[in-house]
Design a protein around this ligand. Structure first.
Ligand code: G4P
Ligand code: NA
Ligand code: NA
Length: 194
């Protein structure tokens, strides 16, 4: 798992641990984006789900889009992102879900146009971070409304000390996280060692 080592190395070198157990990765993921790293990440997700007949990638704007699009490129499937605000051009029927953010203490309604998510789809859900799992749960709810099949969830950085991973695994969802952080003890990033 070369890309995983790449990612851990990059997080160690460029990640900044902020108060409140938040990892700042603005130099390659959440603000500036490293396309080569995203490409490697996309190829890794594509490899992990190569036998699952994925027909569509689903993510949520904005930071999920970069890893999602590289995964879609590698699997040759379209990438759909849920919107957090109502688009003036989206006046058709929507699938929607409410997503509560524990960090921001706000609820966002995310939505996708019903015409882009089909009952025949085998969906791979991709996101940048998994913390409490609320964003991913919202995406799964949207897939449920579409009656689409979810093949699994691919996460770039899982904060394994929060409950999102457990929440998904308890539902029988296949979860693949490329980097799993066990703690930020002493303001350093510690990874789950396997
Ligand atoms: P949850 O979906 O897993 O429950 O996450 P939570 O509500 O705690 O997080 C809300 C936002 O913060 C999400 O982005 C999530 O990706 C991000 N996040 C959570 N923990 C971290 C962290 O340690 N570091 C960074 N950089 N982000 C974190 P968002 O608000 O939807 O924003 P965006 O996708 O537009 O960037
Ligand atoms: Na995100
Ligand atoms: Na984010």
């Amino acid at each position: 798992k070369n890309s995983v080592k790449f990612l851990e190395k990059r997080i160690r070198e460029d990640g900044l641990v902020l108060p409140g157990n938040v990892l700042k990765v603005n130099s390659f993921l959440n603000h500036q984006i490293d396309p080569e790293l995203m490409n490697t990440i996309g190829q890794e997700f594509a490899h992990l789900f190569r036998d699952n007949h994925i027909t569509r990638i689903l993510t949520v704007e904005s930071s999920g889009i970069a890893p999602a699009i590289m995964t879609g490129l590698a699997l040759h499937v379209p990438v759909l992102f849920a919107r957090k605000t109502k688009s003036s051009t989206m006046n058709t029927s929507l699938f929607t879900a409410d997503v509560y953010s524990y960090t921001k203490k706000v609820t966002n309604t995310i939505s996708v146009d019903q015409k882009f998510l089909l009952q025949t789809d085998n969906v791979l859900v991709i996101d940048d971070f998994l913390a409490n799992g609320q964003a991913v749960s919202g995406l799964l709810e949207i897939c449920k409304q579409a009656d689409a099949h979810v093949e699994g969830v691919g996460i770039v950085v899982e904060k394994a000390f929060q409950n999102g991973g457990q929440l998904l695994r308890d539902q029988g969802v296949r979860l693949e996280s490329l980097a799993r952080i066990s703690s930020f003890a002493n303001d350093k990033v510690h990874f789950v060692s396997e």
